[in-house]
Design a protein. Structure first.
Length: 119
């Protein structure tokens, strides 16, 4: 942490960062790509660009599918949840579970409409 490395208070560090024009940002989770994905993406973009003139509804007619896996891991973020109280409530949060579960959800979209969902 910057405060510990520089020996300044947290408020002083925030003041310095604000005066320098820095702003806090949050990261956006994205899917990791493999080296071979770049060529596939260029191939797909070229295909769409070459066929869009002849087939104006190409992008609307594409069937999109996606799948997501939900589990109890990562559903609760202790870093952003705070409890405000006049006294310490001494509460605990279970973070390691003996019983693991997950569910896969799949769906497809055609012409901007959700066609199905499978659990």
């Amino acid at each position: 942490m910057i405060c510990e490395n520089c020996g300044f208070s947290k408020s002083r560090v925030c003041t310095i960062l604000n005066e320098s024009g820095a702003h806090p940002y949050r990261s956006t989770p994205v899917q990791g790509l493999l080296t071979k994905d770049t060529e596939r993406r260029y191939t797909w973009c070229n295909f769409v660009m070459n066929n869009l003139e002849d087939h104006r509804t190409l992008l609307v007619d594409i069937i999109c599918t996606d799948e997501a896996c939900f589990s109890r891991n990562g559903m609760f973020n202790r870093q952003i949840v705070h409890t405000w109280s006049l006294e310490n409530p001494r509460f605990s949060i279970e973070v390691r579970h003996q019983l693991r579960w997950s569910i896969n959800v799949w769906c497809r979209i055609v012409n901007g409409r959700l066609i199905g969902k499978v659990f």
